[in-house]
Ligand binder design. Sequence first.
Ligand code: ASP
Ligand code: MG
Length: 484
Amino acid sequence: MIVMKFGGTSVGNATMIHQAVTLVRQTVQAGEPVVVVVSAMNGVTDALLKAATVAARRDLDLCWRIHRAIQARHGRAARALLPDSPGRHTLQRGLAALLRDFRRLCESIALLGECTPRGLDAVSSLGERLMVRLFAAALEVGGVPARPVEASAFLVTDDRYGEATPLLEETRTRSRALLGPLLAEGITPVVTGFIGITGDGVITTLGRGGSDYSAAILGRCLGCREVWICTDVDGVLTADPRLVPEADTIPELSYAEAAELSYFGAKVLHPKTILPALEAGIPLRVVNTFHPEDPGTLVVAQERPTPSTVKGITAIRGLSLVTVEGRGMLGVPGIAARVFAAVAQERISVLMISQGSSEQSICFVIPQPVAERAQIALEAQFEQELARRAIDRVTIQSPVAIVAVVGAGMRRTPGIAARVFGALGANGINVICIAQGSSECNVSLVVDEPEMPAAVRHIHRAFGLGRTASPTAFTSKEHPSTGD
Ligand code: ASP
Ligand code: MG
C-alpha cells in the first residue's frame, strides 16, 4: 500500500485534480492499494486565514468576498469534474454545508471581535475538508471507489492549536480501525492533510505545509510500503532553480540529508515529514504529479555517496545575525547558557549558532522580524556585564542568509569545506560566519542576503552539480543568466 499525498499545486483546479486522479487510478488498477492525502487548493488556506483575521476586525465585506471566491473556485472544479454524474448533487451538498460552517464561524469571530488560535484552526481546516469531498468524487467518476475521510476521525493530537503534535499510539489504533476496513473492501480513502483533533474532539492543525507530515504519520501508522509526496516539481533539486537555472533533480537522498535540506529551506518536503518515515523505515518519494513517469527523488535510510559528495545547496533569507561580543566572556562559564535562555524565553527559535574559539563572541542566526526583540532581551539579561564592560555589545546584522551545503559523504571526504570557501573567496563573496553540524552532513555559512544567490550558484558550480555543469576551478566567473 502507498500513501499518496497531493499538495495544493496538484489540486488547484479541475485539470490538476484530473491528473492526480489518473495517477491514483493507475496505481490502484496496477494492484497497489492507495491511501490519498490531500492539501487544500493552493492559496485557499491563506485565504481562509485572511478571512478569519478580517472577521475579527469586523470587516465582513471582505470576509464574504473571500467566501464567494472559495465557493466559486470549488464550484467550478466540481462542475468540470462531475459534468453530469449522479454524485454531483451529493458533492455539492457536502461543499455547501462546509461553506455554511465557514460563514457561521466568521460571524462568530466577528461577534467576539477576536479570533483565538482554536478558532483559526477551525477556519483554516476547511480547505482540506472541501478538497477531500471533491477529490473522492472525482475518483469515483474515474471508476475508483473512494471515500472522503476527515483526519479528525483518527489523527489525535495535543491541543497546541496551529502547530499540534500527533499522538502516535491513539492515531495508530484509530486509523487502522477506520481505514483498514475501507481498504479491505477495495475503497480508496481520501484523507484531509494538515488537520487533526484533540482528545476532547476539537479540530487542530499541524502547522503550515503540514499535509506532508500528515501523510508520513499515516504511512507510519498503517505500515505502508512508500509515502509519495506528489507536487509540481520533479523532486528535490540540487538548488532552487530560480537561483540556479541548471539545478537538477537529486535521484536519492538519505533521511538525514533530506532533513538537512528541508530544514534549511528546500520547500518540497516539510521538515517534520522525515521523522515518522525514518522511525518506520518507510521510503519517501517526491514525485511530479504532472510527470509521474520521471523517477523523482527517493529518500531512504541508506546513504549512497555520489562523486560530487555534495548533493544539494539550500538557502534561507530574511534572517539576522545576532552577536554578543566582549573580552570579558573569555573563560566565563554560563554566558552561552544565559544567551540562549534569554532568546528561548522570547520563544525565538535559533537556526544556527557559531562561536569563535577565542570565546570573545557568540553569534547566532534568527528570523529578522524578531531580531530586535532578541536584542532587547539580551541587553536586559546582560545589563550588569554591559555596564562593567565584561560584554562590549550586542549587535544585529541584517538582512543575512544562511547557505547550507548538504551531503552525507562529507564526513569521510577531506577538502569539502575548502572547496566551498574557495569558490566563495575566488568570487569575492564574504563569509560572515560558519557552522558545521556534528552530523557532518551539512556545512552552513552566513552571507549578506544580497550575496546569497551568487554564493549558491558558485558552490553549485564548484561541485559540478546540475544538468550541464562540470566541476570548475575556484576562478569561475559570474553565471550569465539568473532570475534575480
Ligand atoms: N493547506 C495547508 C497549508 O497551506 C497544508 C499544506 O498545504 O500542506 O499550509
Ligand atoms: Mg505543501
